[in-house]
Design a protein around this ligand. Structure first.
Ligand code: C5P
Length: 316
């Protein structure tokens, strides 16, 4: 009988409901305040582990150079100390280079699934450390739902669920380099602004979107370079979105609506020129409880008493 254990898991995308960049830090990263939110748009990862004498990691049909799932699998194998064969297949649906965290979510999916399939417990602080080493957005996907991200974006504080607003997302055919967007923004950051940003961010985190419009500090610099993105935001505002915002450093822009009908109507009203050569998606916000039960369903047949990686107080 084969000792292979495999699972099909969904790696969800994220949006930033609010994003403030405060200052450049001594380590070259920027100090952030953001509200992360998992959404229903997802990649699919098939992953299997077979114990053996030697270790190997394979990703079928990989077309992404330096794919983060390979680095994530290597990082997990290095600390598991259980040799074996890791086989993966990734079906991409989340547009890349769009600020939706697709690559980071794929990597986090490996961090969550592989220890369970290999029957070894990796303590959460170790998973968080591996996540941070792989990228600033990776640790959020170990948590899911709605959360405040501080520091590089890797210090996370769970928030109560955001109001369940249906959304429309447009990922135009425009690639924005994250490092370049930070460089452009850096030039305009002043210490005087920081205090105001922190106070205004805090009221968003307490009461998102209720008193003031959400903010993404990247919008002014990225919109200046890519005029179609500014038009896209206006267009989504014109369809009745309660909030229309670019996510991360772009280029995707989302709108959130009061009802599913409004969102569907907005989606149907988008024309080719609104999409700027890209694609539109309908999505829903995914709460932390749903995120965790999704993971539990995907992996529970393999979990023993001690190998479930997520803290049980979040599991309902
Ligand atoms: O951590 P990650 O690899 O996703 O970051 C990509 C780039 O984005 C970094 O090399 C850095 O230039 C920039 N970045 C930053 N401050 C952050 C996150 C990312 O300057 N908090």
């Amino acid at each position: 009988m084969s000792a292979t254990r495999g699972a099909r898991v969904r790696a969800l995308a994220k949006i930033n409901l609010d994003l403030r960049v405060l200052s450049r830090r001594a380590d070259g990263y920027h100090e952030l305040r953001t509200i992360f939110q998992t959404i229903s748009l997802a990649d699919t990862l098939d992953i299997a582990f077979t114990p053996g004498r030697k270790s190997s990691i394979a990703l079928a049909d990989n077309r992404i150079p330096d794919n983060l799932v390979l680095r994530a699998a290597q990082a997990v194998m290095d600390i598991l100390r259980r040799p074996g064969r890791v086989e993966m297949r990734l079906t991409k649906r989340i547009p890349m280079g769009a600020g939706l965290g697709g690559g980071s979510s794929d990597a986090a999916a490996v961090l969550l699934a592989l220890p369970v399939l290999a029957g070894r417990d990796v303590p959460l602080p170790d998973l968080c450390r591996l996540g941070r080493e792989l990228g600033s957005d990776v640790p959020f996907f170990l948590l899911g739902g709605t959360a405040v991200g501080v520091g590089r974006g890797t210090e996370l504080f769970p928030l109560p669920d955001a109001a369940a607003r249906p959304g429309v997302l447009v990922a135009p055919d425009i690639h924005v380099s994250t490092a370049e967007a930070y460089r452009l923004l850096s030039a305009s950051l002043t210490t005087g602004l920081q205090e105001n940003k922190i106070v205004s961010f805090q009221s968003q985190a307490w009461d998102w979107g209720c008193r003031q419009p959400a903010v993404n500090d990247f919008e002014p610099v990225v919109f200046l370079r890519h005029a179609p993105l500014a038009r896209l935001k206006k267009r989504l505002e014109g369809t009745g979105a309660v909030s229309a915002l670019m996510t991360g450093s772009g280029s995707a822009v989302f709108g959130l609506y009061r009802t599913a009908e409004e969102a569907s109507r907005a989606m149907a009203s988008l024309r080719d020129r609104d999409l700027a050569g890209g694609k539109g998606f309908r999505f829903g916000l995914v709460s932390r409880a749903r995120y965790r039960s999704m993971w539990w369903r995907a992996l529970h047949e393999h979990t023993g008493a001690n190998v479930w990686p997520l803290p049980s107080r979040y599991l309902r």
